[in-house]
Design a protein around this ligand. Structure first.
Ligand SMILES: C[S@@+](CC[C@H](N)C(=O)[O-])C[C@H]1O[C@@H](n2cnc3c(N)ncnc32)[C@H](O)[C@@H]1O
Length: 209
């Protein structure tokens, strides 16, 4: 299920190593091809997550960590709702270079499968869109996301339906809920890249640590 070739050079489900993933995105950024493809494919991840996030997060004056920000599509969508303080992190320097200038306060080249060099409770909320997919960022990153987010902050993410169980995201989410690290506000199947028949789970959780 969901091992679909979305029309890029290497089918995304074949990616395994972090280095391969980085090269994949560095190349996809050439001539702005990533943004062009996302528009052509009607990729709705950033729009759907921003809409759900804004429904719950009424204070616009907050610090938001965008984990796997790519070219900044999530920042662009959140800006439409009046949010403005974005801090982006991504593995691909080439994609980070394409983020519109002044949209993010800070952009860091980061491997989110490793401990994140950010202080505990530094962010009011966190977004992670399109980044939990084949060979990308694994479930332990959720511990780090909770660590750097303040109590009562929101964590909004998508998980490609094809890895949700295979990579153990289902179990990790249950475990964090059982341990009272966060509580569910929303969890549903989103459209994501419906034009390519690729769907994702969309989650919105409130940190309760
Ligand atoms: C499908 S793109 C989504 C980008 C952006 N959030 C969006 O919605 O357009 C997935 C992103 O995850 C990043 N990524 C993959 N593995 C990563 C890792 N280990 N650490 C940090 N970022 C990673 C890629 O570089 C890419 O920008």
């Amino acid at each position: 299920m969901a091992q679909k070739d979305v029309g890029n050079k290497v089918p995304i489900y074949k990616l395994k190593e972090t280095k391969e993933v980085m090269e994949f995105y560095d190349e996809w950024g050439l001539n702005n091809k990533y943004d062009k493809d996302m528009e052509e494919w009607n990729y709705t991840g950033p729009k759907e997550t921003a809409e759900v996030f804004a429904r719950y997060q009424k204070n616009k004056n907050i610090k938001i960590y965008d984990a796997g920000c790519g070219t900044g599509l999530v920042g662009l969508e959140l800006k439409k709702y009046g949010f403005s303080e974005f801090y982006g992190a991504d593995l691909s320097q080439k994609l980070l270079d394409l983020v519109p200038s002044n949209l993010y306060k800070k952009l860091d080249k980061v491997d989110l499968n490793k401990p994140i060099s950010e202080r505990e409770d530094d962010y009011d909320s966190l977004m992670c869109v399109g980044t939990f997919t084949f060979g990308h960022v694994k479930p332990p990153a959720l511990d780090e996301f909770i660590r750097i987010t303040k109590n009562k902050g929101l964590i909004c993410f998508t998980i490609n339906e094809g890895i949700h169980e295979e990579y153990g995201f289902d179990k990790k989410i249950q475990e964090l809920t059982k341990e009272n690290k966060w509580k569910k506000l929303e969890f549903f199947k989103s459209d994501y890249i419906a034009s390519k028949d690729v769907n994702a789970w969309l989650g919105l959780y409130e940190v309760t640590k």
